[in-house]
Design a protein around this ligand. Structure first.
Ligand SMILES: [Zn+2]
Length: 157
């Protein structure tokens, strides 16, 4: 899994940004899991954190309760999907990881990708310009990728 390209269909990316914007209301962080086939690297659907844990966005910074993983694993099992990545927003253009982002990976599996979208996803981005791309390597180590590195691509599919 480690250096595989993660592919996000353009229309799904737009829908995702719209949902993050709507749920963040321009004033609080929002986020979602990106799901794909177990052996694939293409995102097929997403599910927002607050659909799994209704209070995930209440404080302004994301606090996802562990119980939210239960419906997530159920969904994955039923649809034969796997969590490929997660995405969350930050208030400003700063899309590096916070200390908490680093120490609490949403999925602590090597190869998992965490995306950070700037400015509460206020702008619809055609590409990954300004988006933080962070790959979990295990043992609390991360590798950050440039938007143009090809680690993640937005594709018309
Ligand atoms: Zn963060």
């Amino acid at each position: 899994m480690r250096s595989q390209t993660l592919t996000i269909p353009l229309f799904l990316w737009w829908r995702l940004l719209r949902e993050l914007r709507r749920r963040g209301r321009g004033k609080r962080e929002s986020g979602a899991f990106l799901l794909g086939l177990a052996n694939g690297s293409k995102v097929l659907r997403f599910i927002c954190y607050d659909d799994l844990d209704p209070h995930a966005f209440d404080t302004g910074i994301i606090q996802f309760d562990g119980s939210g993983y239960v419906p997530l694993w159920k969904l994955c099992r039923e649809k034969k999907l796997r969590v490929l990545a997660d995405v969350h927003t930050h208030p400003s253009s700063w899309t590096e990881q916070s200390g908490s982002d680093r120490t609490h990976p949403m999925i602590s599996q090597p190869g998992h990708v965490a995306l950070i979208v700037p400015n509460f996803a206020r702008r619809t981005l055609q590409k990954l310009h300004g988006v933080g791309i962070h790959e979990y390597l295990g043992n609390h180590n991360w590798k950050s990728w440039q938007p143009k590195s090809g680690k993640v691509r937005i594709a018309i599919l």
